[in-house]
Write a protein that binds this ligand. Structure first.
Ligand SMILES: O=C(O)CCC(=O)C(=O)O
Ligand SMILES: [Fe+2]
Length: 381
């Protein structure tokens, strides 16, 4: 059941905004929370009538290929769809035990490194954003002291872009702002896309969002990619969140669901261009599957695994960070095979990209990330 159907719309605002604001309230109404879908089956909200089981192509990927990127064999994945949202697939934590830490470490230690781009680059000198991990790790590794020191760079990180770098101002990608897409994330994405029925998916752009406890992600549609027939993949790590999935217009009341560490979402087909948002990070639920111990009994990654073990030293930093944070990676194919970017003709304003519907609130970037109370909007650049 869509959560906003019983909420009173205020000031003529659309149903999505009404729901978004309700979840941002300090104490969301209990009946609202009771209708948040919980795919983990681990208690909490119901898996409602709206939930279907989703078909995967379990033969598309061998157990070895899945294990190599830290995923369980595809036949063991629990995948769900939503009535009324064809193409939306929710995969409840398909990671092998002990393998999420590798991806958390990549998000915190590896992907923020140059030549990738992050929010700190927008207002800091290049030398100062050079080694975000190195400049933060020793502080995060030491025991928290009573007097809070200044935030580390890692704690100030809000987004990182990979591959074709999303331009938050023009809301476009461009051929001349591109760096190599990380090979390990390419492999992980290819496995998930193939399992979801999209063999040959080409991961070309990534947006990593770093959420602190009061962060949120405004209502938007991801439409800057030129090929919308390819899915958008989303990987969640760390603290849980409430995710809202709406319709093609903001007037449609959204469905709310919990997203927990390890959960993966695929937005494809008609769901590729649906409005969505993250109104709330939840600190009261312990992150699942985030211990480093690997279980030898359940197909743990073998020789040649990309998802290597994380050293205790690195994990001390990562685990401290995600005690109060959530990290999300979205992976997108930008172009169809053989497609190129439209040429900017002389005299045309290269800044005037197509609208991307991020409208209000915004991404982790300047335009659409919100934080603080439901009344205040602030940017996180
Ligand atoms: O953090 C999330 O779960 C959603 C991220 C998202 O929608 C985006 O990056 O476009
Ligand atoms: Fe999005």
């Amino acid at each position: 059941m869509a959560v906003a159907s019983s909420l009173v719309e205020q000031h003529g605002e659309d149903a999505f905004r009404t729901a978004f604001r309700s979840f941002r309230r300090k104490d969301p109404p209990p009946d609202l929370l009771s209708r948040v879908l919980d795919f983990s089956g681990g208690g909490g909200g119901p898996v409602g009538d709206q939930v279907l089981s989703a078909d995967l192509d379990v033969c598309a990927v061998s157990d070895e290929e899945a294990g190599r990127v830290g995923l369980r064999p595809l036949r063991d994945w629990r995948a769900f769809g939503l009535q009324g949202s064809p193409g939306f697939i929710f995969i409840a934590n398909p990671f092998l035990q002990g393998c999420q830490p590798f991806w958390v470490k990549q998000c915190l230690k590896t992907y923020p490194q140059k030549p990738n781009v992050c929010n700190l680059d927008l207002h800091m000198a290049p030398g100062d954003t050079h080694d975000i991990w190195g400049k933060s790790a020793h502080i995060l590794r030491s025991p928290p002291c009573a007097k809070k020191g200044p935030k580390t760079l890692l704690e100030k990180l809000r987004w990182v872009t990979l591959g074709y770098h999303y331009n938050w101002s023009t809301k476009t990608y461009s051929p001349d702002h591109h760096t190599p897409f990380p090979e390990d994330l390419h492999s992980l994405s290819s496995v998930v896309a193939a399992g979801a029925g999209f063999p040959g998916f080409l991961p070309e752009a990534g947006i990593l969002n770093y959420y602190r406890s009061d962060s949120s992600l405004g209502i938007h549609v991801d439409e800057a990619e030129l090929d919308h027939t390819r899915p958008l993949l989303s990987f969640c790590f760390g603290q849980s969140a409430i995710f809202l999935l709406g319709g093609p217009q903001r007037e449609a009341p959204p469905t709310a669901m919990y997203m927990r560490s390890g959960d993966v979402m695929v937005m494809s087909g008609q769901s590729r261009l649906l409005y969505h948002a993250v109104p709330r990070i939840l600190l009261d639920l312990p992150p699942t599957g985030l211990h480093t111990t690997r279980s030898p009994g359940q197909g743990s990654p073998q020789e040649g695994s990309l998802a290597g073990e994380v050293s205790q030293e690195d994990w001390a930093v990562c685990s401290r960070y995600i005690q109060t944070s959530r990290v999300n990676m979205t992976v997108r194919q930008v172009l169809s095979p053989g497609q190129s970017f439209p040429e900017v003709r002389p005299g045309e304003d290269p800044e005037a990209g197509p609208g991307d519907g991020y409208g209000e609130g915004g991404t982790v970037g300047e335009k659409w990330r919100r934080s603080g109370s439901d009344e205040t909007e602030s940017s996180h650049t």
